[in-house]
Design a protein around this ligand. Structure first.
Ligand SMILES: Nc1ncnc2c1ncn2[C@@H]1O[C@H](COP(=O)(O)OP(=O)(O)OP(=O)(O)O)[C@@H](O)[C@H]1O
Ligand SMILES: [Mg+2]
Length: 241
């Protein structure tokens, strides 16, 4: 296994409690798929560094493990990172397809994970919001829907720039990441309102970087904390959104 892929816990430790919770999120997304197509899913948060790219990369791996054709698409054109997570080149990517008419097949990368393709950012543009809101981008996503079962789009924090709201307008669902002990509740409320204002379908929130107290992070205390909320400062934060 490459050193880079070792960073993705769903690959490195598929039986760990954290990987198990990613499978739980995957199941929730699958269940939210009953009445409405849930094919294009993006991620955002209120602030930087709450774990959006980590969460979306792990979700992409988990869906690919179901023998689904999955694309992980870089939608953070200001601070792209998916190419680093999968150790692929960022020379040809989304912006090259949209601005330079490069062929998708020339830019997309296969990964060591079966069924998982990754499309990086490409040349970083001066006008990310304009590119993301362009007709060409929307048509591109429509064309990807025909080939992939799931398209996961990483996005910047909506508390800082509008890009995630734009991406949400052509996504079927949005996953909101909340960094434990990191997220400001008022910023999170503003972020949620911004998503609602553009009609985003927020399918759930992920409380990330949650650390169980005690000397181990085991299966039982993980679920205990979540289900009982006895030590629930973080749980209260998520519930207040
Ligand atoms: N559950 C976690 N436990 C510990 N560290 C984590 C966890 N999730 C993410 N991190 C770490 O936090 C940092 C930020 O994660 P990541 O890049 O996924 O966040 P982001 O929200 O995408 O950031 P940005 O807003 O800059 O795009 C990284 O160093 C990552 O390895
Ligand atoms: Mg990121």
């Amino acid at each position: 296994m490459s050193k880079v892929l070792e960073k993705i816990i769903s690959i490195r430790k598929p039986k760990s409690p954290i990987s198990e919770s990613y499978r739980g999120i995957r199941t929730s997304i699958e269940f939210s798929n009953l009445d409405k197509e849930m094919k294009v899913i993006n991620v955002t948060s209120s602030m930087q560094g709450e774990g959006k790219s980590t969460v979306i990369a792990n979700l992409a791996v988990n869906f690919a493990n179901l023998e689904k054709k999955v694309l992980l698409l870089e939608g953070d054109l200001r601070n792209p990172s998916v190419h680093r997570m999968f150790n692929i080149s960022n020379i040809n990517g989304l912006t090259d397809i949209l601005l330079k008419d490069k062929a998708f097949a020339e830019c997309v990368h296969c990964t060591d994970v079966k069924n998982l393709h990754v499309l990086s950012c490409g040349a970083m543009p001066p006008n990310p919001s304009e590119i993301l809101s362009s007709k060409k981008m929307k048509e591109f996503i429509t064309s990807l829907r025909e080939y992939y079962d799931y398209i996961f789009i990483d996005a910047p924090p909506i508390g800082i720039v509008t890009d995630a709201g734009i991406i949400s307008t052509y996504s079927d669902g949005c996953v909101f990441v909340v960094g434990s002990k990191q997220c400001d509740i008022e910023m999170a409320k503003i972020a949620k309102k911004r998503l609602e204002d553009v009609g985003a379908n927020i399918i759930g929130a992920v409380l990330n970087k949650f650390e169980a107290e005690g000397n181990g992070y085991n299966y039982y205390n993980y679920y205990y904390q979540h289900e009982s909320g006895r030590k629930g400062r973080n749980k209260k934060k998520a519930a207040a959104l």
